[in-house]
Design a protein around this ligand. Structure first.
Ligand code: NI
Length: 203
């Protein structure tokens, strides 16, 4: 085997290494029922799909998707800032390319759509926002909505439905990228269909 082939195999092993390590860390931290490993892995898939279409840095996106909610259970109100700080340590430990660590932290710090960012967003940050928003829409969004409202002391069917009007039906308008806007259409229709059917069944 040639030296260069050995080097490239070692390189690809190194790459999958950081993925496995970050996955492992992410699973440990994903203890909230709405922000569990299922959410993290769906956001990762969406981010990679949108990122490929938008020519983004997929390594930065994947690492950020894996770690974006790692501080959620510790400090929900500030989980984006705490998460970004913790991620820098995790990334270095996992052997993630050092030159990209700050870009990942930027993405995590700015992933929340309910907070106005204080710095200009990178393409990757816009894509992670979109992916996180998409996971709050469609069939998954409907299921997560009722888990979330139940968790926050709003236990009835009506309270869940109110949350659609307060937030979920507005998400379609806030997408940053073209690819996400087109994915959002379908999910938005699914939510409208659900609400219409609910109304029929409740009459
Ligand atoms: Ni999230």
């Amino acid at each position: 085997m040639s030296l260069s082939r050995k080097a490239s195999e070692a390189g690809s092993r190194g790459q999958s290494d950081w993925r496995e390590k970050l996955e492992e860390r992410s699973r440990v931290h994903a203890t909230d029922s709405c922000h569990d490993w299922g959410h993290v892995s769906r956001v990762r898939k969406l981010a990679l799909q949108i990122g490929a279409a938008e020519n983004a840095d997929l390594e930065v996106l994947e690492a950020a998707a894996l770690l974006h909610d790692m501080a959620y259970s510790k400090d929900r109100a500030n989980h984006e800032r705490l998460g970004a700080a913790l991620a820098e340590t995790e990334l270095a430990r996992a052997g993630f390319p050092a030159t990209k660590i700050r870009s990942v932290a930027h993405v995590i710090r700015n992933h929340r759509f309910s907070k106005t960012p204080s710095e200009p967003l990178s393409l990757e940050a816009k894509i992670l926002q979109d992916s996180d928003r998409l996971d709050a829409m469609g069939a998954v969004g409907i299921a997560r909505c009722f888990i979330w409202t139940g968790q926050h002391g709003r236990h009835g069917l009506r309270e869940g439905v109110d949350h659609f009007h307060e937030k979920l039906l507005k998400l379609k308008e806030g997408m940053n990228t073209r690819s996400a806007r087109s994915l959002a259409q379908d999910r938005h229709q699914t939510m409208l269909g659900f609400l219409a059917q609910l109304e029929r069944e409740e009459k």
